[in-house]
Design a protein around this ligand. Sequence first.
Ligand code: IVH
Length: 676
Amino acid sequence: MTRRKKQVVTEINDLRDELGEHNYRYHVLDAPVISDAGYDRMLRRLEALERDSPELVTPESPTQRVGGAPLERFETVNHSVAMLSLNNAFSIEELSEFDRRCREGTGRETLVYSAEPKLDGLAVSLVYEKGVLQRAATRGDGHHGEDVTLNARSIRSVPLRLLAPDCPEVLEVRGEVYMPLAGFKVLNQEQVKKGEKPYVNPRNAAAGSLRQLDPRICATRPLDFFCYGIGLWRGGELPQTQITTLATLRRFGLRTNPLVRQMLGIGQCLDYYHEILDCRQTLDYEIDGVVYKVNDLADQQSLGAVSRAPRWALAYKFPAPEETTIVHDIDVQVGRTGAITPVARLEPVFVGGVTVANATLHNQAEIERLDVRVGDTVTVRRAGDVIPEVVSVVREKRRRGARRFVFPSECPVCRSQVVVDDGGIIQRCVGGLYCSAQVKESIKHFASRRALDIEGLGAKLIEQLVDSGRVCHAGDLFTLSHDELAAMDRMGTKSADNLLEALELSRETTLARFLYGLGIPQVGEATAQALAQYFSSLEALVDASVEALEVVPDVGPVVASGIRLFFEQNHNREVIDALRASGVVWPVPEGSTSGPVGPFAGRTVVITGTLSGMSRDQARNWLVARGAKVTASVSARTDFVVAGADPGSKFDKALALGIRVLDEAQLRAMDKNNGN
Ligand code: IVH
């Protein structure tokens, strides 16, 4: 290296260190020591040096925040440690109950808690390897999220490189991406100016920004980040408490919320809640409550988690915003399981950041308790993403002639009898598959994102398909022809093509999604996962006794008998048989005892470049469904590489290592030829 070059390398390294330090002082410590203009000058100097010596550019250089070509879609990321959700509490009783359980579970008389604001943004995981940001992903369903690395890199408070030299080999940080209120206001003004729709609230704006396929758009959005915990920590010594974890992360250059406090016992926790509630209006970001976490990480370990939420943490939510409006009408909706829910049709009112025109009245008993009548002025409440509800009637404003609602004695859709169910609370239509409302709702559920995820099969189309008599249950979906679909309202050849393709793709699913999609009473996503994991085949589950079902984690006697009853119904078995006969399959999960089957069983495959017939994700699922293990990088263990147009460095590496490279046609031929 020439002397000149050495000087350049030194200057570049110094500039990067200094810029990193200033970024840290500005975003994390909130104590900048140079002006924005000074920072920009240094950044421009670094850019100029890197332009002259492009070989010295590294991905974690401060000049490399924004970049990359627009994506076609986000890749799916598996969270090796599940991203959990939080249990909610709305009252002091629920809070004390939580404290009691934690004390009992740990055998401690009083517990130390970490008390934190509950940010209203979206959860994101950041993976650092040797201190360099490798990947950012959304929470998704907790197990699989979306790879939003390029977008997250453009958030200034997300360090591209950690500061402390003693950070662990691998560190997965978890936190919240959010949009500060000031930035949100400006963004919405710009949206309106551009003739685009303003965002409903800062959380949606943050989510919408992070999910932009073009990283350049996300880079213009005012996003910020606070971290609140760790997922993975490999190498080095793990902190012992939540409070020291946050202090450590802060030392690494990550932004933590300055309002986090250590609290002893539930009394202090309650004080904290009121303190934060009082200062809420002065914050420049939205929060919807506070979070308490058992401080000691070993205690957290021993308390563990139930399905989707840890036992050691609790979100104590602020009261949901309320508004008053007028009830214009009351009618009922028939749900997937036949439950008949009364709904108030309202004079539209802006509450909790959105305009609400319908609010649930839950059931007959609730209508009686509220004594709500058509024409009444009522208070409605909207808590986060929960369906808005009527809370109370403003009696002083009741006008003469306000009309009582008479609950229908027969189903408004299929005229079947309505029975009272679930301890006298729920009115239910007994029509089952005879009731088109129930059929429509169950098909919508089956096609929904968390179930079979059939893209393009919307509510309106499902309604037409059922009303026309062509579709009676989910199994019929896979028998639809192109002409039948194209003939539906607002469909054409192109949409029919797309839907058929989507149906084709959704045929390959997971047992958990399939079970969830069936809509078995009380079986949500978490239970479906647990069942799929326990019974690795559907046949075993269908034949399982109530006793066998109760062995599954989280399945109690009520859920177990519900599952048993579901599989005993002939019509349910017929739907399942029809689905399987039409080719709905799920790959055998990794690590299952029966081992992978399929033409590519046991093969390790890498995909590179753009395939013409399927997206990268689809190709991945396609391969996994056929037994392959799909990995991200080429190594000596790779069996073959599938290459599309414009392959990347993986292609070169495959050639260098002498690994077989296939194109799409060869891959399909190999599939037909049973992997040979
Ligand atoms: S801890 C296992 N801490 O709330 C612990 N979450 O309702 C899981 N959130 O998905 C998260 N502020 O997006 C934690 N201080 C905080 C938080 C927080 C906001 C969000 C987060 C999570 C959701 C659960």
